[in-house]
Design a protein around this ligand. Structure first.
Ligand code: PLP
Length: 429
């Protein structure tokens, strides 16, 4: 394996150095992220190359938006064909990629209708609107009284409405006034959910597996109980599969692992093939069929390029090949990560090729681990302080995964040694 060797032609002659790139971003970009100090210029498959020609194994995959690998040939080919034909019409007119995309995605997911949007947050917002309309028109909730129940520790996006029901202080603070109509119950607690549902509840909105919270898996039986409660109480079950969906967990949809079928699926991230933002609300006629012309829309939602890329993604998913890869590679990753428990790792949670690794806080923060992994050629991102989420592209090879886990092991060993330094210094003095 060639690691950290040789420029791949990524460094254009006119390209300024790493420090200059970082300086420009520091001086002229809003500081709403704290990126690791790497400046990526090119990528292929599971690997990225920085402006200095260093190569890194991507263990984040743009939060699972690059599930099929960077610049996947089949997705690029579909995009190129479409770029040479038609890119944008608006939904004021029909186009020849729209119907086929909706039909193919609906078939893959097992629902009747698709509402294409762009970002994940827009899909969430769209589902909130549709669920409320269903509540008034079908369930008979009095006008303006519809409520939606969400789970603690959720991540559903960044709009003003969505952050209103986040419990992450960074996501919320100073962005009020907050949207009313949402109640939070602890994730995994079906009894609390049962207590919270009343006659005004129109929907329960959940991530089947909480990604940003640190790959938190649902307790056994939980999602089945959520489904039963929703059916019994006449409430829509909305599954936000924007991060968990589209092969990441080893199934097309994470809900399949738990034998549940929600009323509404939210998809995004990987649906855009790592090329363009594509999201969708997918549900049956009795729910999505309530939308009439003029009630919802998006200039870019369902555009020809997005639909062509989305069709390539759906075709690739329809063979089950990527889901199987995620399962097999995930088992391997899980085994190797489990061996680190007790060696600087306190817990590991895995589903498919998706892992939450809790770092022993006495060693250091998740951020420090990620900084040291970067130096060893592995790109990963901490979430909520002490957890590192690993989600490499599904095209990664087994030995590359082993190499990344070995790098993590080396980093943890290094940090535990650093940790003892002050003590030894103390003893020597
Ligand atoms: C990323 C994410 C979103 C928001 O998607 P954006 O495209 O960033 O707006 C919503 N829900 C979940 C579960 C996500 O992981």
């Amino acid at each position: 394996m060639s690691l950290l060797t040789g420029a791949t032609g990524a460094t254009g002659a006119s390209s300024p150095g790493v420090a200059e790139h970082l300086r420009l971003a520091d001086a002229h970009a809003a500081q709403n992220y704290a990126p690791l100090p790497v400046v990526i210029a090119a990528a292929k498959g599971a690997w990225v190359t920085d402006v200095a020609g260093n190569r890194y194994l991507d263990c984040l995959s743009a939060y699972s938006a690059v599930n099929f690998g960077h610049r996947n040939e089949r997705i690029l080919a579909a995009a190129r064909v479409q770029l040479d034909r038609l890119t944008l019409t608006s939904r004021a007119f029909g186009h020849d990629q729209f119907g086929p995309f909706c039909a193919e995605l609906a078939e893959l997911v097992g629902k009747q209708l698709v509402l294409p949007m762009n970002t994940g947050a827009e899909a969430v917002e769209s589902a909130i609107k549709v669920a409320r309309k269903w509540g008034y028109l079908v369930k008979g909730v009095p006008d303006g009284r519809a409520t939606i129940i969400v789970a603690g520790g959720n991540f559903h996006g960044r709009t003003t409405t969505i952050i209103s029901f986040s419990d992450d202080p960074d996501a919320r603070a100073d962005f009020g006034p907050y949207a009313p109509g949402f109640y939070t119950v602890p994730y995994g607690d079906a009894a609390a959910l049962a207590d919270a549902i009343d006659e005004h509840t129109v929907a329960v909105l959940l991530e089947p597996v909480q990604g940003e919270a640190g790959v938190i898996l649902p307790p056994p039986g939980y999602l089945g109980l959520v489904r039963e409660l929703c059916t019994r109480e006449n409430v829509l079950f909305i599954a936000d599969e924007i991060q968990s969906g589209l092969a990441r967990t080893g199934r097309t949809l994470a809900c399949e692992h738990y034998g549940v079928v929600p009323d509404i699926y939210l998809l995004g991230k990987a649906l855009g093939g790592g090329v363009v933002p594509v999201s969708a609300v997918v549900a049956d006629q009795d729910v999505l069929g309530l939308l009439r012309p003029g009630q919802h829309g998006s200039t870019f939602g369902g555009n020809p390029l997005a639909c062509a890329v989305g069709r390539a993604v759906v075709t690739m998913l329809s063979t089950g090949e990527y889901q199987q890869r995620a399962r097999h590679l995930g088992e391997h990753l899980h085994r190797e990560l489990d061996a680190l428990v007790g060696c600087g790792v306190t817990a590991v949670r895995c589903l498919g090729l998706w892992a939450g690794v809790d770092i022993d806080p006495t060693l250091g923060t998740g951020r420090e681990v990620c900084q040291r992994l970067l130096e060893r050629g592995v790109l990963a991102k901490e979430t909520h302080g002490a957890t590192i989420r690993l989600a490499p592209p599904l095209v990664v090879e087994r030995d590359e995964l082993s190499w990344a886990v070995a790098a993590l092991h080396a980093v943890l060993t290094e940090m535990s040694r650093d940790d003892t330094t002050p003590t030894s210094v103390f003893l020597l003095s």
